[in-house]
Design a protein. Structure first.
Length: 198
């Protein structure tokens, strides 16, 4: 079974993913990353010193995803494991398709090719007001990466895109209130996965 966690930067995805993986004995992988080639691509796309065009950005994310699926995700699924992904295709649909205005369907096409059409069994969207998410991200005291440095309009477009994606596929998506305390959010996430066959 494949479960993905989505949301804007600062929504609490990484915290939830770690707790959920432990609770469910799942294999946790991050995007972009998870395997050597994808980690190298991650370093490129997040580097604030690089100028990366929107189309190149979308293709780099799709390439990192293709390698991760080929090398880790499909073999784990074939072995009967529960795989938990901190971001997947929907991130590209929201960030590059909407945020970079490349078009959701164009970005979906390159990712369908890259993943061989792999679709999550369930996607959890951590919904949080973009201004609150920005405050959370800023409070971490970490160096801001190339994507996180974008403006409020960029993240507002991404948040709207996530809501539209969730509304279009209600059987797959579950929307969670990311303003809740971490323990409450974990309980909500576990409840949102009930009934899945894996």
């Amino acid at each position: 079974m494949l479960v993905t966690i989505e949301g804007i930067d600062g929504a609490g995805k990484s915290t939830l993913c770690g707790a959920l993986a432990e609770r469910l004995d799942a294999v946790l992988l991050r995007e972009p990353g998870g395997v050597e080639l994808s980690e190298r691509i991650r370093a490129l796309v997040k580097d604030p010193g690089l100028a990366v065009s929107p189309r190149a950005e979308a293709l780099l994310f799709a390439a990192a995803r293709a390698q991760l699926v080929e090398e880790r995700v499909r073999p784990l699924l074939d072995a009967g494991r529960l795989v938990l992904l901190d971001r997947f295709v929907d991130s590209s649909l929201a960030y590059q398709g909407a945020g970079r205005a490349l078009g959701v369907e164009a970005v979906r096409a390159i990712n369908d090719f890259g993943t061989g059409g792999l679709t999550p069994d369930r996607t959890l969207l951590l919904r949080l007001d973009p201004a609150v998410a920005r405050e959370r991200a800023d409070s971490r005291g970490e160096t801001v990466d190339r994507l996180e440095a974008d403006g409020d309009d960029f993240f507002a477009a991404i948040a709207r895109a996530y809501d539209a994606l969730a509304a279009a596929e209600p059987a797959r998506w579950r929307v969670l209130d990311a303003a809740r305390a971490p323990a409450e959010l974990l309980s909500d996430a576990v409840a949102a996965l009930e009934g899945l066959d894996g």
